[in-house]
Design a protein around this ligand. Structure first.
Ligand code: NAD
Length: 460
């Protein structure tokens, strides 16, 4: 019996009549074949040596840099990322490949003394084999890069299963990477959940980024097989603003973190907590900052808030603010694109969806707290724990936040978005599962430690 696979289709969120990708899905069989091909190529890639791996990663960085304009334009068209941010994402991907190009030369272990007698004890980190990478659509170049670069540096081969919405971006990235690497060292398989599940059921190490629901399914499947995995998932991130903060500066940071890329980042701010006397000035400054955020056509270099990824996403976002009191926004502009206005709502009832679930749109709830301890309690009261921003000029308040906030990342006087790629990235609770990614933590994840005992063969 033959089954017909539906094609993978992506559309331009600013102009949905524009079909960006229309390609055959790999199917579960195709995804499994890709993993087998990558497995056959892995010993050769590892034996090729550190210098070859380092040079290849550096060449990929250069090739991406050369293609910057084309890649940024593709991200604008396929995932609706505003041009300035799309260029920043490609630049970030270039920096990530360059950073990991040094990794093959890093020491891979340590030498220890024996407890008794002659000989040597060694530890050495070795690659797992095939890394299966499952990625979302919102960072179509940076996320595949920050997973693939350390996996390849450590001597693994890679099968990438990108989100269907970012198929053209992933295919172009794969062409560039494959132009540098030996055959089958890096493969991208187009498809959806079925192809993702097939990769998870065959790879030797799994790295997932996406929604909490899909991440849990991936975590269960990887655990059943006993393969190492990491899952980076959703956020419901708070910003705490104290009365001593520079309110105008805080409002500018918050507006960008709420509405930049239409709030479609796991690190976007969706809850703003004004402490005590910060409430009135912040309400005014943030309303104005959001009202004046450049919104609209993502191809315009000035745009900060572009369209949402799909019609369904727009319905979810506008459904989430329905019936609430909007200080600004709360509207869905006319037009063929999937736009939603940057929105700030207040007087949100306890238990409302905006305070429980990730909505993934340009909307935040303005809340108030009596004091810093109350603000920390509100921040920590949700099932997610990715990132919190704290806005204050009081060092004691900042230190209290670092100690008491239950989120994987805390940013003082900086927006919740825009975290650094060379440090460990991840959260607590439903935001993350398994070891951290990015920075040096990534190299640990893509390798396993071996312990060697070398004893003399003759009695000396
Ligand atoms: P998604 O969960 O719908 O899809 C992510 C990927 O998983 C896609 O490639 C999809 O095809 C695949 N997939 C879905 N079900 C699967 C299954 N059962 N088995 C294997 N693969 C499966 O997420 P999305 O809509 O593409 O991205 C948005 C989500 O990603 C948001 O929740 C956002 O917070 C999250 N995100 C998190 C981070 C982070 O680092 N924490 C970064 C970016 C995005």
């Amino acid at each position: 019996m033959t089954t017909t696979l539906s094609p993978v289709v992506s559309r331009n969120p600013a102009d949905p009549a524009d079909v960006v990708a229309h390609v055959p899905a790999a199917g579960a069989f195709g995804a499994a074949e890709a993993v087998e091909g990558a497995r056959a190529a892995q010993p050769g890639w590892l034996r090729g040596g550190a210098a070859a791996r380092s040079a290849a990663l550096a060449s990929i960085a250069t090739a991406l840099e050369t293609a910057m304009d084309e890649l940024a334009a593709l991200a604008v068209r396929e995932v609706g990322k505003p041009l300035a941010e799309a260029r920043a994402e490609v630049a970030r991907a270039v920096a990530i490949w360059r950073y990991h190009a040094q990794a093959p030369y890093e020491p891979s272990g340590a030498v220890h003394e024996t407890a008794a007698g002659a000989g040597l004890l060694l530890t050495r980190r070795r690659p797992h084999g095939v890394a299966g990478l499952i990625t979302p659509w919102n960072f179509p170049f940076a996320i595949p890069s920050w997973k693939a670069a350390p996996a390849l540096a450590a001597g693994n081969t890679v099968v990438l299963k990108p989100a269907p919405e970012a198929t053209a971006c992933a295919q172009r990235l794969a062409e560039i990477v494959q132009g540098v690497l030996p055959e089958r060292v890096f493969t991208a398989v187009p498809g959806g959940a079925a192809e993702g599940a097939a990769v998870v059921s065959a790879a030797d190490v799994v790295s997932f980024t996406g929604s909490t629901e899909a991440g849990r399914a991936v975590a269960r499947a990887a655990t059943d097989r006993g393969v190492p995995f990491q899952a980076e998932m959703g956020g419901l991130n708070a910003a705490i603003v104290l009365p001593d903060a520079d309110i105008a500066r805080a409002a500018a940071h918050l507006a960008a973190a709420i509405a930049g890329y239409a709030g479609q980042k796991c690190t976007a701010t969706s809850r703003v907590i004004a402490v005590g006397a910060a409430a009135d000035p912040l309400r005014e400054a943030l309303t104005e900052a959001l009202r004046s955020i450049p919104a609209g056509d993502p191809a315009d270099p000035a745009t900060v808030c572009g369209p949402l990824i799909s019609e369904q996403a727009r319905e979810q976002v506008s459904g989430a603010w329905a019936g609430l009191s909007a200080l600004t926004g709360g509207t869905v502009p006319d037009g063929p694109g999937w736009y939603a206005a940057p929105t700030l709502v207040e007087k949100v009832p306890a238990g409302h969806r905006l305070l429980r679930e990730e909505v993934f749109g340009p909307v935040a709830a303005l809340l108030t707290a009596d004091d810093l301890a109350d603000a920390v309690r509100i921040t920590n009261s949700v099932p997610y724990g990715l990132v919190t921003s704290v806005h204050t000029t009081d060092l004691d308040a900042a230190l209290y936040g670092l100690d008491e906030l239950d989120t994987g990342m805390i940013r003082v006087n900086a927006p919740s978005t825009g975290v650094d790629f060379h440090l460990p990235f991840g959260g607590t609770k439903s935001s993350s599962h398994g070891p951290r990614e990015q920075g040096r933590a990534a190299l640990e994840f893509y390798t396993a430690s071996r312990t060697y005992t070398l004893s003399p063969g003759k009695t000396m």
